[in-house]
Ligand binder design. Structure first.
Ligand code: MD3
Ligand code: FE
Length: 203
């Protein structure tokens, strides 16, 4: 089921459900190589969600700001490789949404425990802003906030459930967005958490 939810943004409801066992195993293999942790914002706050990543470019937060790097600044090692099934899934989702040339080089994995949230922000650290962001929700459902190009504008709300995919491109690429606190629950496959996987072409 494909629905345009905003200019350039396409919701592919349940696309990730068919392969959820394999996708979750790939996510767990990344977590085993590079454990989830709370990032410190450049402003000195600790994020409630926990993060890890894979692919040739990894997103990091340092006192100097957010940036993408080819190596983990803590270990000077490359990031874990992107599992092939995650790469294949992201390419297929982008194709379904009308972005046939999408080849991600970066995958960010965010884990939300009940109560965790993500404040309104823009994703603008990627060099190639023509490429869309592909996001996959797993586990507990969440209410996603989607605003305009200004932080103070009106926001729309979307309920994202296990297996839902959104591809954010075109005019939506720089829109403000966030996630409301996740309600408690227990997902039969994923457990007491929401896992969000985003794929990007950093360039
Ligand atoms: C709209 N993640 O990783 S996914 C992020 O659920 C992030 O963990 C949220 O925001 C999460 O940066 C939301 C949906 C999403 C991801 C990236 C976007 C929406 C987006 C980039 C541009 C516009
Ligand atoms: Fe974001």
């Amino acid at each position: 089921l494909r629905a345009a939810i905003a200019p350039g943004a396409v919701l592919l409801r349940g696309l990730g459900r068919a392969d959820d066992v394999q996708i979750l195993a790939a996510v767990e293999s990344v977590i085993a190589q590079l454990p989830l942790r709370h990032l410190q914002t450049p402003g000195g706050h600790t994020m409630s969600i926990q993060t890890t990543r894979c692919g040739s470019m990894g997103w990091t937060s340092e006192p100097s700001g957010y940036r993408y790097a080819a190596a983990n600044p803590h270990t000077r090692q490359p990031w874990p490789a992107m599992p092939q099934c995650l790469m294949d899934f992201a390419v297929r989702a982008a194709l379904d949404a009308g972005y046939p040339d999408f080849v991600p080089d970066s995958c960010l994995i965010n884990q939300y425990l009940p109560g965790n949230k993500l404040g309104l922000h823009q994703d603008r650290d990627e060099r190639d802003l023509r490429a869309p962001v592909v996001s996959l929700s797993l586990g507990l459902p969440a209410t996603f906030l989607f605003g305009g190009l200004q932080r103070t504008g009106k926001t729309q709300r979307f309920r994202l459930a296990h297996g839902d995919v959104v591809v954010w491109g075109g005019p939506s690429r720089l829109a403000f967005h966030g996630v409301l606190p996740v309600a408690d629950g227990d997902h039969p496959l994923v457990g007491r958490r929401r896992v969000n996987v985003t794929f990007r072409k950093v360039g």
